[in-house]
Ligand binder design. Structure first.
Ligand code: GLN
Length: 289
């Protein structure tokens, strides 16, 4: 804990921002490592005679900021925290930092399943930090959730996130590749969701270094055309989904029409492409038979 005058802090902040970097990311650093929220920060500007409390001292905060500026390491990996929807999630470089566009999946699902009392079994394939599955399990306490991941380290983070956030037991975690760990749930899934690795090889090579050098390659790369994992998920979905069960997949900005065709080829009906905040066809949804 460190207590300093707002005036001193604001001067220090100005010095840090002069070094470069994104002011939004600097605010995230102050919040997640310093414990100073954006709201408190704005308040300081008009009450500069005040003192403020920080979780760590300015020198240490500066060390973290310098490290970020020097190597481009994401602030989320420095702090071990990522904010997503209304969740505060633990993250490490074993999991993808959950993206804002993925937040929409929760709204799409709640529109499809308006009857909140309907008891359904859902699965989040390749859960990573657990963002999607935890948000759904929290919003729908009578749903039974399953989260899978091929990486045991990721699954540990996801399950820790769930127990830190929820006191319910409606989400279970299984280790394995896509549908593989779900042998016992064949024909029982009402809703399957995946944000699989979908970046094409050539695009992956050109990703910004904050992504390419730090985020797990196996959570991003989807083979030559980016569709390797999406194809596998769609192809085997029919064995696991209940009749009329839904499949929802997030895809890269230019893949929606190809993913839609994959759904149709695998005998999905009511296939729809839904847009993200930027108007990009980002999610493909359909139901099996
Ligand atoms: N949306 C992520 C990105 O562009 C990719 C996530 C994924 O491959 N599922 O960095």
């Amino acid at each position: 804990m460190c207590i300093i005058s707002a005036r001193k802090f604001l001067l220090w902040k100005e010095k840090q921002l002069k070094k470069g970097g994104d002011p939004q990311l600097f605010s995230l650093l102050l919040d997640s490592l310093g414990g100073l929220s954006k709201k408190e920060l704005n308040f300081l500007k008009i009450k500069s005679e005040k003192n403020l409390k920080l979780k760590i001292d300015l020198d240490l905060l500066e060390t973290f900021w310098d490290k970020h500026l020097l190597s481009s390491i994401p602030i989320e990996y420095l702090s071990g925290i990522s904010y997503w929807r209304d969740l505060k999630l633990e993250v490490s470089n074993k999991v993808l930092i959950p993206r804002p566009e993925t937040e929409l999946i929760i709204d799409i699902v709640s529109r499809k399943f308006e009857n909140k009392k309907e008891k359904i079994t859902f699965v989040d394939l390749g859960t990573g930090s657990g963002a999607i599955s935890i948000a759904l399990a929290l919003a729908n306490p009578c749903w039974q959730g399953i989260a899978t991941d091929i990486d045991k380290n990721a699954l540990e983070i996801a399950s820790r996130n769930f127990s830190n956030i929820s006191n319910q037991s409606n989400l279970k975690f299984f280790n394995g590749n896509w549908w593989e760990p779900l042998e016992n749930f064949k024909g029982q899934i009402n809703l399957a969701i995946a944000n699989p690795p979908y970046i094409p090889q050539a695009t992956y090579e050109k990703l910004p270094i904050e992504v390419k050098n730090f985020e797990p390659k196996n959570a991003l790369l989807g083979g030559e055309d980016g569709l390797d994992h999406i194809k596998e998920i769609v192809q085997y979905a029919s064995s696991y989904l209940k009749k009329k069960g839904w499949l929802l997949i997030e895809n890269h900005f230019d893949q929606a029409s190809r993913v839609k065709q994959l759904f149709i080829k695998s005998r999905f009906t009511d296939v729809e492409v839904l847009k993200d905040f930027s108007g990009i066809g980002r999610f493909t949804i359909g139901r099996y038979n």
